[in-house]
Design a protein around this ligand. Structure first.
Ligand SMILES: [Zn+2]
Length: 345
């Protein structure tokens, strides 16, 4: 009886679809460009099982393509997304909040194209306009590496480059605000973070990150940074792959500890989800590349019952068990991101 009640409650909380603003979908569609149909055959069942309503899908260019092929691979990733979406009536690539609302009303999954690291732009600001026209509506300047815009935070407690944004990086931020592209502070190093806060006037967001209280690396964010986001009416999406440096502490409960920590500092309106599910990508890597990645970045510890979108209900069940109200769960799963999208798109 009690279990039925919880499942019904999850159904109600998921009825309008959950919103996850960071998923590295486009790398996979690009790498499997010779196996069309991947979006419908592999990902759609997972998205449907987890009741995904809106998703940010990231352009990301791996080191091996840089610098020469950065632009080309990024354009090909977008092309693959459009081609895959055309195969089905279950998705819509959305450029405005009204398009997201329409897609949801038609029971389609709304996709927002995002960019993780501006390597595809080289140092040409004009290309940002081109990507905007192609649908890019959220941009994070860097991944963990340095590029023409700035430097990422490293996967260690100290030692990230101390310099902030370059002149080009500052131009990208200003142009994003002018065009209506959401600036994403995920990955940027601490100095770059401060500069983006100073340069921008609109609410600022972090699509996917974790709190340093539980995983103390400069890729994640400290309490001062959380408060800075809160003061600007922004939102922080909690990442599911860096919840703890210890595998045994990489649990759903620890994921929710990150949510509670943000709420404790800036309130319920400042937290959402940015799962960053990438176990499937990790598993596809040859062992040598996996080791190289572990040395350069870190070994992610995946949460066993939260590794892909089909596990979305596990999170909601755990939030209920931890005593969150329906109103608060709705904000975490959907409402806070929707507020930001309505305000900024
Ligand atoms: Zn990332």
């Amino acid at each position: 009886m009690a279990a039925d009640t919880i499942e019904e409650r999850i159904n109600r909380l998921h009825a309008q679809g959950i919103v996850d603003l960071h998923f590295d979908l486009l790398i996979d569609l690009y790498e499997k460009r010779n196996q069309p149909g991947e979006l419908t055959s592999h990902f759609l069942p997972e998205f449907e099982a987890g009741d995904v309503g809106v998703m940010g899908v990231a352009i990301y260019v791996e080191d091996r393509y840089l610098p020469e092929l950065g632009l080309r691979v990024a354009l090909d990733q977008i092309a693959r997304l459009y081609a895959e979406v055309e195969q089905t009536d279950r998705f819509a690539i959305c450029k405005t909040f009204a398009e997201i609302t329409r897609a949801r009303a038609a029971n389609k999954i709304a996709l927002l194209v995002t960019m993780e690291g501006v390597e595809p732009l080289g140092e040409d600001l004009n290309l940002l306009r081109v990507f905007y026209e192609l649908g890019v509506r959220m941009v994070g300047l860097t991944h963990a590496r340095r590029n023409a815009a700035g430097s990422g935070g490293i996967f260690a407690p100290t030692g990230s480059p101390r310099d902030g944004l370059t002149a080009f990086g500052r131009e990208v931020v200003r142009e994003c605000e002018r065009l209506g592209i959401i600036v994403d502070l995920a990955h940027i190093n601490p100095r770059g973070f401060e500069e983006i806060i100073d340069l921008t006037t609109k609410p600022v967001i972090i699509s996917h990150t974790n709190v340093r209280k539980f995983y103390d690396i400069e890729r994640n964010i400290n309490d001062e940074q959380i408060k800075a986001i809160g003061q600007r009416g922004g939102v922080i999406g909690i990442n599911a792959i860096l919840v703890s440096p210890n595998p045994e502490e990489s649990t759903l409960d620890r994921y929710i500890d990150h949510i509670e920590h943000v709420i404790g500092l800036i309130g319920i309106n400042g937290v959402a989800i940015g799962f960053d599910f990438c176990e499937y990508l990790f598993e596809q890597l040859p062992p040598g590349v996996r080791e190289e990645l572990a040395t350069k970045l870190t070994t992610p510890h995946f949460i066993p019952d939260l590794t892909n979108h089909s596990h979305g209900r596990n999170l909601t069940r755990k939030l209920i068990e931890r005593g969150f109200s329906d109103e608060d769960i709705e904000k975490i799963l959907r409402g806070n991101w929707m507020r930001i999208l309505e305000e900024l798109l």
